[in-house]
Ligand binder design. Structure first.
Ligand code: TXA
Ligand code: MG
Length: 320
């Protein structure tokens, strides 16, 4: 796939129905013109994504979001937009008929956000259309935080806009305004506590959501590397030279290990750890000497909730 920094070219490809991978502040997205159902269908094909899993529309302004939401005057939408946009918060709310069914998997709601990355914003504004974009990975696999992660997994992308490494490293927080009370569908960089400063919000019930297409991002297995992944609290012994160990915070055992080590944050800063999480998992996946991966648990507070959500789903497929 062609990779570069030509904004005019990327925007033209989008307008004409092609696929452009681009950086956002969270992870790389695989974008198509969100009002063109044929272009959006190509996203599902390239990602091998099941049709029941709806897409986020990325817009460049609150006015553009108002064209997509059925009730843009909803005070909760207004308050959330004002506080968190541009930024890593996705709002799910009833949609206008202009939104194609393929974007929402036929649901009466649409997911929308204004990303904070300057390249993403410029692309959306230059293209002049809402950009449908899931993370630019194969369905169920590790999310991309670097351009070569996109190249490793996907074929059939017309252009890859290179923006280096993404800053936040975990996907946006998703909040649904479809019920009486707002619910958190996916934890992310913006925490429940931060949202609660603006509107009341509850955690979505994960056990309901498992088999439910309404919140497909809550599937138990997702974001998985191609190698067995084990979560540990404290390493009891050296797993050996065929293993890769990812530390998120300090661990006294790590000094003399034969294993391949990646340390996500020497000081135990979880925001820093989140930023490097998928990058480290990709590195372990790519390293031929690493046959299995171990990753350290963190406390589930603040962004630690989003980190443990991704780690659990990444490990689930291997039975732990
Ligand atoms: O940070 C992000 O959100 C990244 C960047 C590229 O913006 N995008 C991303 O998209 O993570 P994706 O497709 O990998 O995850 C979007 C999640 C999916 O789990 C999907 O099921 C959910 O959003 N979703 C989309 N529309 C929805 C809707 N109408 N109702 C409920 N969930 C929805
Ligand atoms: Mg994804």
């Amino acid at each position: 796939m062609e990779r570069g920094t030509d904004m005019q070219k990327a925007a033209a490809i989008l307008r004409e129905g092609g696929l452009v991978a681009f950086p956002t502040e969270t992870v790389y997205g695989l974008g198509a013109n969100g009002l063109n159902p044929v272009a959006v269908a190509r996203i599902f094909e390239v990602k091998r994504r099941p049709a029941f899993d709806p897409l986020i529309l990325h817009v460049g302004s609150p006015e553009q979001a108002a064209d997509l939401f059925l009730y843009p005057e909803d005070n909760r939408i207004k308050a959330l937009m004002e506080r968190f946009w541009p930024g890593p918060l996705t709002i799910v709310a009833p949609r206008k008929p202009i939104v194609p069914d393929i974007v929402t998997s036929g649901m009466p709601t649409v997911a929308v956000r204004i990303p904070a990355h300057p390249i993403a914003l410029e692309l959306i504004r230059t293209a002049g259309v809402p950009v449908a974009a899931p993370s630019a990975n194969l369905f169920g696999r590790l999310s991309p935080t670097l351009p070569h992660h996109v190249q490793k997994q996907l074929t059939g992308v017309d252009y890859l806009l290179d923006g280096g490494k993404t800053q936040i490293g975990v996907e946006s927080t998703i909040i649904s305004l479809t019920g009486e009370t707002a619910t958190l569908l996916r934890p992310g960089f913006i925490t429940l506590e931060q949202i609660r400063e603006i509107i009341p919000v509850e955690m979505a019930n994960a056990s309901d959501a498992e088999d439910q297409p309404l919140a497909p991002g809550l599937l138990k297995s997702h974001y998985s590397p191609e190698k067995p992944l084990t979560v540990f609290e404290s390493l009891q012994k050296d797993p050996g030279s065929h293993a890769g160990v990812i530390f998120l915070a300090h661990d006294p055992v790590r000094q003399n290990l034969k294993a391949h080590i990646i340390n996500l944050s020497a000081s135990g800063d979880l925001i820093e750890a989140a930023a490097h999480l998928f990058t480290a998992l990709h590195e372990m996946e790519n390293n031929p000497e690493v046959k299995e991966i171990y990753i350290q648990k963190v406390e589930e507070r603040g962004i630690g909730i989003a980190i443990m959500d991704r780690i659990r789903k990444a490990a689930y497929r291997h039975g732990n």
